[in-house]
Ligand binder design. Structure first.
Ligand code: FAD
Length: 125
């Protein structure tokens, strides 16, 4: 991540938010691999896109479009302009996405607890 993208610290903060959220109510280490896998799914592609984007100036995104393709995901539009890049980089809610992923895990029957409103509010605080 090159420093002038102004995203290195943001990604570190998002990482911290995601790991804090995704490890909620883990009470034994057998739950850890599944939760860490969620963290990887949530963070790897987004952080990789931003890492690659940080190598080009705003409005030059098309230069790295091919490089970014393996890291695209459903619901994400390739940011091919300055406003689109701001929206891609700054318009991401790491808590909301973490909550969605945990909910999917619990709904699949593999999860070990129900994530209620009180629990998620206390994590965000
Ligand atoms: C010159 C420069 C300018 C930058 N400017 C910006 C900017 O303007 N905006 C921006 O968003 N980002 C900027 N960045 C990037 C940003 O600083 C990093 O992306 C961010 O700090 C990464 O956070 P991190 O927690 O992943 O890693 P780090 O902040 O590097 O933290 C890792 C910590 O782990 C510790 N550690 C490492 N190994 C061990 C070990 N074996 N045992 C115990 N502790 C260990 C280290 O001492 C360190 O404290 C800049 C980076 C540089 C170098």
């Amino acid at each position: 991540m090159l420093p002038f993208g102004g995203q290195g610290t943001n990604q570190a903060i998002e990482d911290g938010g995601a790991i804090g959220f995704l490890l909620v109510n883990v009470d034994n280490d057998t739950q850890l691999p599944q939760r860490l896998q969620l963290f990887d799914q949530l963070r790897r592609r987004r952080a990789s896109r931003i890492q690659i984007l940080s190598s080009v100036r705003a409005s030059r995104e098309s230069v790295v479009e091919e490089k970014i393709k393996p890291f695209m995901e459903d619901g994400v539009i390739f940011p091919n302009s300055f406003p689109a890049r701001v929206s891609h980089d700054a318009g991401f809610d790491v808590y909301a996405r973490s909550q969605e992923m945990l909910q999917l895990l619990f709904n699949s029957g593999d999860g070990e607890m129900f994530l209620d409103h009180q629990t998620t509010s206390s994590i965000k605080a």
